[in-house]
Design a protein. Sequence first.
Length: 171
Amino acid sequence: MREIALVLLLLASCATTARSQEQPPQLLTHAAHCLATKHFLPLSKHRELTFGYLVDEKSYPGQKIMYVVSYVAPMRSNGLVFAIVLTEQDDHQVFDIQNNASFVLSKHDIHGVSFVTPPLGGDWTQERLASAVERIEKQPRFTIKVRDFVVADASTSCESYTDPQPKPNAK
């Protein structure tokens, strides 16, 4: 019986190691590029950052929302969460960063998430982002080398709610 338990433990350990070493999806790498380009990721001396993500196509009919978590450190339970609207425009994938917040995992708060820096939009937005973090926590984390996402990709366009808005024509 002990041998079976040891074998199962070894297999589970190998599966976890293999899963954590998966190549990050290109969609996540492009999102990280946009977050870095728009200065949403804190300056860091680290050569790689840890991310989690999910794509939601059900909550907002006709829209594809990508939630990205950038963890402070690989095994930490705090970080930044972002809501990014994904669209296609002229053969480019557009990543439009719509919201962000700093969080800490907490057993005492809604969906197990406490916001250190709350998102814009009040309780409804906090509920959406907390739910996204909760779901992302159940999925693999990906480590991406900074050099892999700071390079521009011609097929990606980055936008953000912090971009200067065009001024209306004065007449």
